[in-house]
Design a protein around this ligand. Structure first.
Ligand code: FES
Length: 273
């Protein structure tokens, strides 16, 4: 990618001040394009994998150890295999309906409206702008003031839904301490547990959560408990981007491991029973 190609300077959109008369597209000489490129590759790969898995409708439940992949939790269609439905089967099992149709839309909206992911896909997919000191890929800019981007403001509500879904995933991880003899513990349990811990870390590190915990206060000194909680959430919050990517990885890894055991490609490594 060139960083110095000549082009005609153009005015800033919406009545803003005209851009300085610099012929070069950008004066940056570093690899500013690398971050948007790797974001496109990473997010696209994850979305393709998740879409294939969600509509595969098999290999999501290990009956022997009660492992349920998070992509099918909770399993609520009448197609769900016996034992995998912890909250009933009240949706028809048409192939177009994901077996976790109750939760997946909210998880998708939670991530789509996440402050970090917004930055990531605005920069990488929409080139708006692709990097600091690099021109926007569009002629006009309206921010998030119009439909559909106006809906990004609903993120705070999707946070509550995501917190409930994390509780469901936690319940799944607890139920997975099962073996034909009673209590059991294997590599699958470790993977499910790590995934749940990371999901909680990502969810709690949400900017909306930070505001819920510490916002609308005039004096932290009068709310020591909230201050302590806000400090913890803030510590996680500065790692939100890393947690966003880590959880994509743990979700895919957890799903793949459950699929591999359910399909019989590998045996679960058991430590107890
Ligand atoms: S800001 Fe990313 S999940 Fe809320």
């Amino acid at each position: 990618m060139t960083t110095t190609s000549a082009r005609t300077p153009r005015p800033q959109p919406r009545g803003g001040r005209a851009r300085a008369a610099i012929a070069a597209k950008t004066l940056r000489t570093d690899r500013w394009w690398f971050a948007p490129l790797i974001t496109v590759v990473g997010l696209s790969a994850w979305v393709i994998y998740a879409t294939v898995r969600v509509f595969m409708h098999k290999w999501y439940w290990v009956e022997q150890y009660h492992y349920l992949t998070p992509f099918y939790s909770p399993c609520v269609t009448d197609r769900c295999v016996e034992g995998s439905s912890h909250f009933g089967q009240f949706l028809p099992g048409w192939w177009i309906i994901p077996d976790a149709a109750l939760t997946l839309p909210f998880l998708l909206l939670f991530r789509l409206t996440c402050y970090y992911y917004r930055k990531a896909y605005y920069r990488s997919f929409w080139l708006s702008p692709p990097a600091c000191a690099v021109p926007d890929g569009h002629q006009s800019y309206s921010g998030e003031t119009r439909f559909p981007l106006l809906g990004q403001n609903l993120h705070r509500y999707f946070f509550y839904a995501a917190a409930i879904i994390s509780l469901i995933n936690t319940w799944d991880a607890i139920l997975a301490f099962h073996s034909p003899e009673g209590f059991g513990f294997g590599l699958g349990n470790i993977i499910l547990l790590v995934n749940v811990v990371m999901l909680w870390a990502y969810t709690i590190s949400c900017h909306s959560c930070r505001h819920i915990i510490g916002g609308r206060l005039k004096h932290f000194s009068k709310h020591p408990m909230r201050y302590r909680a806000w400090t913890g959430v803030s510590w996680l919050n500065v790692r939100h981007m890393q947690l966003a990517w880590i959880t994509l990885g743990t979700l895919a890894l957890t799903d793949f491991y459950v699929m591999a055991v359910a399909a019989g490609w590998i045996n679960d490594l058991r430590f107890i029973n």
